[in-house]
Design a protein around this ligand. Sequence first.
Ligand code: AMP
Ligand code: MG
Length: 350
Amino acid sequence: MKTKVWRVDPNIPDPRLLAEAAQAILEGKLVAFPTETVYGLGANALDRQAVQRVFVAKGRPAQDPLIVHLASAELLSQVARDIPPLAERLVKQFWPGPLTLVLWKQPHVLDEITAGLPTVAVRVPAHPVALGLLQVSGVPIVAPSANRFGHVSPTTAQHVLEDLEGLIEGILDAGPTPVGVESTVLDVTGSPPQVLRPGGISLEALQSLIGPVVYSARFAEAGDQLAPQRSPGLLAKHYAPRAELWLFLGGKEQALGKMRETAERLSSTGRRLGLLVSEEDRGLFSDLPLVVYSLGSERQLDKVAQRLYAGLRSLDRRGVELIFAREMATEGLGWAICDRLRRAASRVVE
Ligand code: AMP
Ligand code: MG
């Protein structure tokens, strides 16, 4: 299959191209499209075979449920039931936007989408191209990130093609996605609500609207699994580049010191080493033979989030075998950035 590329303006997409992409969705085909977070791999949520094709194209295990995307919040009751007042407040405040809510599902929602769970994950994306596709097709669209399972999520159409060219009908290419990390996933079926994945809406923003939320960092488990005595087969690796990633934790000075020391030591081994760092940090390594990708200033976490996945993919493309990175701030978008780095890491150095 030759994958079509429909180039569109991110703010005012050509209606004829949207109609072509929507037609493909209605025919049960797979269409990748930009959301404000990352590129999604879209399929008609009402078409069982189309949904099954998503799992095949991505190589995604069937027990990993998909997020349903809607054109507007008014459509929510078509897929979810017993919507608590708290969810209504979240919807008012954050939709369209990078917040996914897990709610009780309507009976007709396909088991393939929810992995057999009684709940459904749903959101309204804040991107004119995504909203255009949803409106024109007139159906809810499932859209996991448009990458092969376990790999780094795509923030450009080029990234999507790297993973899925020839496996999908087409892609709406509207340039890089503005947020750069996935949506925050919040389960509101229990009380207090529980964060299942940090993302584009910060913990502070959630708490200031609804008060306490439960969040048990799943990467803490991943951290446990990273302990040397455990089998590498147990690694909870996800969002990962091909290269190994070593993540340095702790206070800034200490982490940088260790990182510098390790880079120095390993640069004589002939391994191709990469550095994923803030603009502030890079100077410290300028005398070493490293392939560097700058994430921009660590004071601008929105820019760091935008560049994070592109950075991981870029270092892979340049043949790096081992990437060094340091954990930065955890507030705001830093929450999601840290989570993704932890999951991408094959080793955590404290
Ligand atoms: P992505 O593949 O990036 O679209 O990620 C979808 C995320 O939503 C995954 O972390 C899923 O585990 C989560 N998710 C989707 N549906 C549900 C559900 N019904 N209950 C809990 N988590 C869900
Ligand atoms: Mg994904």
